[in-house]
Design a protein. Structure first.
Length: 402
């Protein structure tokens, strides 16, 4: 049956070539679009991880619900011991402390409400590979009175590197406290909203300003982003109910919404491609089958059953789908590699202010999906013509030879 099907395909080279081209084009399009969508998700995730949240964060129970407004109420006591315990967890590359606060920043002329972070400069620099320094430099351990401003904060107060500013915050005891700082740098992250409100000082300066030895969160860096769920589960098990562990996905609600949006949009695009493949293949298969109806009538007249004719048509279509899907996957990989070499300049996504260069990622699950779709679409397109021809009376089929 397979040998006969191959001979029939080779006998109609032009039509076979057109059909294979349609299948291969559709499969390659699915490979490219699927790899493009996957790259959006990966680059968005890495931008959020390496500019803001880290792979995970550990805090006192209740901090993530209400601590961002009143961080002084949910401070980790003895954070060094907790940090060392987290850092010893398999899969964790590093762990470091942050102390959050909210207050006002003053440039001598006006005030602006801000959300601040006391951070360990050297470790934050290693994490923040997606943070762009627009002016000045990142904080260093020697910047005891240095402050980094989000791009929106610097623009709103018309501040530049070297300008003096004053922070006004509430200490953990509820008293007002002020601190004088000098702008060391201006940064820009993925999120415009974050940059419009965020400032960063050293952890030591934040502890002095808030009059506390504690920390708000322990930020966790992992060796691999793919290990996030496993490490988070391990930390929840070992730390118990006293501490809350949140992954980067849970900390960035925007990511879930963006993924849902893009998945829906590109799902529609993939459905359109699938329909185009089915219609193209169906047209070609229909023409091929009904042009050969006399041939199938002769087979029936010589003793072949209708089921054999049906199987022969499906076998031919299966071979077409198999060859076309293989060619499409190979072509998609070549096309993805070529596009990725050049890159695709992309504008900032919603709520973002930084563009990026997209590539087409070669994802095994996407390759498998595209291959199955190409094969299944070809078989589906041949199913109805095969049924119709196999049920055609022998006399009517033979009449097509006249």
């Amino acid at each position: 049956m397979i040998r006969l099907a191959l001979r029939n395909l080779a006998r109609q080279r032009m039509r076979t070539g057109v059909t294979l081209g349609a299948i291969a084009f559709g499969v390659a399009a699915l490979v490219v679009t699927g790899g493009f969508v996957e790259d959006i998700f990966i680059q968005l995730a890495e931008a959020l991880i390496h500019s803001q949240s880290g792979h995970a964060q550990v805090a006192e129970r209740g901090y993530f619900e209400g601590g961002t407004r009143t961080p002084e109420r949910f401070q980790i006591r003895g954070p060094d011991a907790l940090r060392d315990r987290i850092a010893a967890t398999p899969g964790v590359a590093d762990a470091f402390e942050r102390l959050g606060f909210s207050g006002l920043i003053n440039n001598g002329r006006s005030d602006l409400a801000i959300i601040g972070t006391g951070a360990e400069p050297d470790k934050e620099t290693r994490l923040g590979t997606s943070m762009r320094i627009l002016a000045g430099h990142a904080l260093t351990p020697g910047d005891a009175r240095g402050i980094m401003l989000g791009a929106g904060v610097a623009q709103a107060l018309n501040l530049a590197v070297g300008d003096p500013v004053t922070l006004l915050v509430n200490s953990t005891q509820g008293a007002l406290n002020t601190g004088d700082f000098v702008v060391a740098g201006v940064f820009q992250t993925f999120s415009k909203d974050f940059d419009d409100r965020s400032v960063r000082i050293s952890l030591a300066a934040a502890r002095e300003l808030l009059d506390t030895p504690g920390a708000s969160t322990i930020v966790v860096m992992l060796d691999k982003t793919a290990d996030t769920d496993r490490v988070a589960a391990s930390l929840r098990s070992s730390l118990g109910d006293a501490h809350d562990v949140r992954t980067w996905v849970e900390l960035n609600d925007f990511y879930d919404k963006a993924v849902a949006l893009y998945t829906r949009q590109f799902g529609v695009l993939q459905l359109i491609i699938l329909i185009m493949v089915v219609l193209s293949v169906a047209n070609s298969v229909n023409m091929s089958v009904f042009e050969r109806i006399g041939e199938f009538g002769t087979m029936r007249a010589l003793g072949d059953r209708a089921s054999r004719v049906f199987r022969l048509i499906l076998t031919e279509s299966a071979l077409l789908g198999l060859i076309g899907a293989v060619l499409g996957v190979a072509g998609g990989i070549v096309l993805a590699t070529a596009i990725s070499t050049v890159g695709i300049p992309m504008p900032p996504p919603p709520n973002g202010n930084v563009g990026y260069t997209a590539i087409i990622r070669i994802v095994p699950s996407v390759l498998a999906m595209a291959f199955v779709v190409g094969l299944a679409a070809t078989l589906l397109a041949a199913l109805l013509p095969a049924l119709k021809v196999s049920r055609t009376p022998v006399v009517d089929a033979l009449r097509a030879n006249i």
